[in-house]
Ligand binder design. Structure first.
Ligand code: G4P
Length: 529
């Protein structure tokens, strides 16, 4: 077996997805604490001055207490190497999350026990389904009053058409937590008690059924009945169904006290798939033991203000990456030297010498690289393009000081390449007034801030009255701009040349179709529509 195959088999690359405040940062910290962090422990971000704010490298993030950018955390557990890719918590940055999901093999869906499925959970789950990513569910905050466990399972099944198969089961209702049962060992209860000295992690002990009955009495009896019911209905983990996206193993716990976190971590190792062959554009696939290939899923500029550099995050898909190797950028066929390859964890960097399928490498000063690019050695490989979310917010951007138009153009181009926003142009509007398209309005705050502080080109933004965008052709886009009958405007997306039709609301779509029957009107991504 090749080195790439052996090492790929040891890798588990995953992301935690959740609605803001469900406890993603807390769970990430708890996972890293449990596992042996291979990189600096401060890599996990926290909010509002909590420990380890290393990924909050942007001033804006610090000011707002949100995580705009994503960090990567690598740790070891049970002889495996886990790569946890962080995703931004705020819904306005779902485009960024989507790109991170293109780089993982599994997702942990975090649900707040009191709130159940929330809006952002639904959107992110749609993306996982769209990409065929298997999902492990963690029901968090069981230490607080919340919904009933069976009710939460029902909701997952009904709304996501995903069969929930509990792997752990709570003894005691939410807020009256007595312990957990590992459904593979139903004769035992795991009891958690606060550690002496006020440490956050609870101590885990195993009780026999007799001890559990004595301790938890009616709660143990209820849990035993519920477990029997679940077995009868066949709610039992099945690897094939899970990998096929038909079922989700479910875990219960409380990330804040580390309850149930070890079992979740074990599950990532045991259940999450290792990196496998990756589908290629135009058919076929690239096996993990093929020569090196990697996917650029994120480009981030100016992470280090002292250096003003630009980092492309590359997920290794096949082969072995070695620092210094020359790879080919598939889009241009041009060589790219990887002398400055780093592992990037928040602000901490260390040179990476070797990386295997599933790992993430940060290429510094990667000015030629774009999000969605494929890098390779040996036979050419191109991975399918990353779909973008349909933007719903549109603003015209102009430089405050026309004397700084060079910096303005450079900044806008940079933010476009990073995917901070989509940049749209048209002949009618001209180069000095492109339109920025975003999924969430907070993306514009990032633009405003970065244009002023990084590119020294303060901007004025002005909202346009559009809320819907569809892909069309040149005739449709130009016809729409001229039309007196259909409200809207046609523009071209700079990034990939796609013609877009912008409308004040979806009600105007049918008018367009009547007026321009020969022009297509395609949603930009199904998951969001
Ligand atoms: P996020 O990244 O998904 O946005 O969530 P985050 O971890 O920041 O958690 C949101 C809030 O929920 C935090 O409270 C956190 O302490 C709390 N939390 C997370 N997991 C659990 C849990 O298992 N049980 C309980 N009871 N609470 C949990 P906060 O008040 O916003 O912040 P803090 O002052 O507690 O840090």
């Amino acid at each position: 077996m090749s080195e790439a195959v052996v090492e790929a088999g040891r890798r588990r690359t995953f992301a935690v997805i959740s609605h803001p405040d469900a406890g993603k940062s807390t769970l990430t910290e708890a996972l890293a604490l449990h596992a042996q962090a291979l990189t600096s422990a401060g890599a996990v971000h926290g909010k509002g001055g909590r420990r380890g704010v290393a990924s909050d490298w942007m001033e804006l993030e610090r000011a707002r207490g949100i995580s705009v950018t994503s960090a990567v955390l690598q740790f070891a557990h049970c002889g495996r190497v886990l790569n946890l890719l962080d995703t931004p918590g705020h819904a306005d940055f779902s485009e960024d999350t989507y790109r991170v999901l293109a780089a993982v093999d599994c997702a942990v869906m975090l649900i707040d026990a009191a709130k159940g499925l929330e809006e952002q959970t639904r959107k992110l789950f749609d993306v996982c389904r769209h990409r065929g990513i298997p999902v492990i569910t963690f029901v968090n905050k069981w230490d607080r009053p919340g919904r009933e466990a069976l009710e939460l399972l029902d909701e997952i099944e009904r709304e996501f058409r995903l069969r929930p198969t509990p792997v752990t089961w709570p003894v005691g209702i939410a807020g009256h937590f007595r312990g957990l049962v590992d459904t593979r060992e139903p004769e035992r209860m795991l009891r958690y008690t606060r550690a002496p000295g006020g440490a956050r992690e609870a101590v885990e002990e195993q009780l026999t059924a007799g001890e559990a009955a004595a301790e938890a009495d009616a709660d143990w009896a209820t849990a035993t009945e519920e477990l029997a019911l679940l077995r009868e209905t066949g709610a039992v983990h099945d690897r094939e169904d899970f990998l096929a996206g038909k079922s989700t193993p479910v875990f219960f716990g409380a990330a804040v006290s580390n309850i149930g976190v070890r079992l979740l971590l074990d599950a990532v190792v045991d259940m999450a798939p290792p990196p496998g062959p990756r589908e290629l554009e135009g058919g076929g696939e690239r096996p993990v033991d093929a020569p090196f290939s990697g996917l650029v899923f994120k480009v981030q500029a100016n992470m280090d203000r002292a250096h003003r550099d630009r980092i492309a995050f590359v997920r290794v898909c096949s082969g072995v990456f070695e620092r210094g190797m020359t790879v080919t950028r598939a889009a241009s066929g041009k060589p790219f030297a990887t002398k400055y390859a780093h592992s990037v964890f928040g602000q901490d960097r260390s040179a990476v010498e070797t990386a295997y399928p599933g790992d993430v490498v940060g290429l510094v000063n990667a000015t030629a690289l774009r999000v969605g690019d494929t890098l390779h050695t040996g036979p050419r490989a191109v991975f399918p393009p990353m779909p973008t979310f349909a933007p719903e917010h549109f603003q015209v951007v102009r430089p405050v000081d026309v004397g700084r138009s060079k910096q303005f153009r450079r900044g806008v181009a940079q933010l476009d390449e990073e995917g901070v926003v989509q940049v749209l142009v048209s002949d009618a509007r001209g180069e000095q007034a492109p339109v920025l398209a975003a999924v969430g309005p907070m993306q514009f705050d990032v633009v405003r801030h970065r244009m002023e502080f990084e590119f020294s080109a303060p901007v004025r933004l002005e909202s346009l009255p559009y809320t819907a965008a569809r892909a069309t052709d040149q005739a449709g886009a130009e016809g729409l701009s001229r039309s007196r009958l259909v409200h809207g405007e046609g523009m071209r997306r700079v990034r990939d040349g796609t013609w877009l039709a912008l409308f004040p609301s979806r009600w105007h779509l049918s008018n367009f179709q009547r007026e321009f029957p020969r022009s297509p009107l395609d949603p930009l991504i199904a998951a969001h529509d």
